[in-house]
Write a protein that binds this ligand. Sequence first.
Ligand SMILES: *Cc1c(COP(=O)(O)O)cnc(C)c1O
Ligand code: SF4
Length: 438
Amino acid sequence: MKYKSYTAKTYKEIPQVQKALTEEQMFDIDVVSKVFPFKVNNYVIDELIDWDNPLEDPIFRLTFPQRGMLLDEDYETIAKLIKEGAPEEKIKQVANEIRMKLNPHPAGQKYNVPEIDGVRLEGAQHKYKETILFFPKQGQTCHAYCSFCFRWPQFVGIEELKFAMKEVDILIEYIKRNETITDILFTGGDPMIMNAKVFASYIRPILDANIPHLKTIRIGTKVLGFWPYKFLTDPDAQEMLDLFKEIVDRGYHLAFMAHFNHYKELRTDAVKEATEKVLETGAVIRTQSPILRHINDSANVWATMWKEQVQMRMVPYYMFMARDTGAQHYFGVPLVRAWEIFRDAYKQVSGLARTVKGPSMSATPGKVRILGVSEINGEKVIVLDFLQGRNPDWVGKPFFAKYDENAMWLDELKPLEGDEFFFEKELEEILGLEKVQN
Ligand SMILES: *Cc1c(COP(=O)(O)O)cnc(C)c1O
Ligand code: SF4
């Protein structure tokens, strides 16, 4: 199948849209897509979305802008401008003002930029000792856009591709000098938007550098969810698969971190075949997703998804909390509710699917998991622990917060005792130091 994408400018050409959506519904899309990125493709349209009832369909909600993603006053502002026929420039400016209110830079990402001989590696993040994140310059877009995406500022162009890097040589030098790094994680955007030649131009130098402590190449990607034909009919399909095989043959663990939000994304012939092709190379597919209201906030969805993934020989890996950015008011699930869903799903699946961890917040101090709700001396508490910490010593120690049914993120929780959590002082010191170094 040949890839064809649609945006806010062209989506009305899609026959299913013309048939299934009313004028009002299209107007909602026009309004919301002024603020949030919108891109969809022919696979998502033809094979994933149920057009008999699109507004209830999780994949429609995952890709098409939703009315509720904007607060009423912001919706009204944009709607009015469109109705008045305001110039595009004016609408852009107002949309940007709305975007700036939506916390475009969550969770202290600006602190994680590594440095070598005084040169900042703007296309990388190194937060946890073992793993360096790498944002290849040509991998900063996606085959379609998720409506909840926390990387949305880069798609709507309010920032330069901030975390994008071309100079693979500097990266290699940095990895060589930091012997704690065992994993390099290619991320984006979606690195699988790159064709095989471009991807090889990053991968081969890394393989050829023969860095003894580097063991794992990870690729964080939604390509199996949004464009499985990448491995089936794209002109470079075989070349990409051969490159995967080469990585594996050279002794690396190739970890394909697949982003799936709903079991519907696992059920087409194309995704099943593409999964087989990727597995045949020797790659291991691990899966992850945020938990999202309106899309997958039900234990049944998660249990079904994990079971089907295991059946397809994938390894469930993470359930994330939606970040505190963009339309979190629409997609966000409270921490306690997320834990309930996680637990209800977890208890229904075989041990082979209980490799999954979560629900986890990628917050400034680290990846914090909600272990559950418990009681201490008759008082309800939330129990948390670190799955990853800026200080590795924080990991795996349960700690307590006051019970709060509505809290959506770590910074809304209060410690059970005292004014701060056990890590807060040290975190300030660590961040202070990084600022000085930068
Ligand atoms: C999640 C994450 C990683 C990888 O963590 P694992 O637990 O090893 O999967 C690395 N860096 C950052 C910044 C992350 O958020
Ligand atoms: S695939 Fe990932 S980076 Fe791309 S839009 Fe979805 S969440 Fe964002």
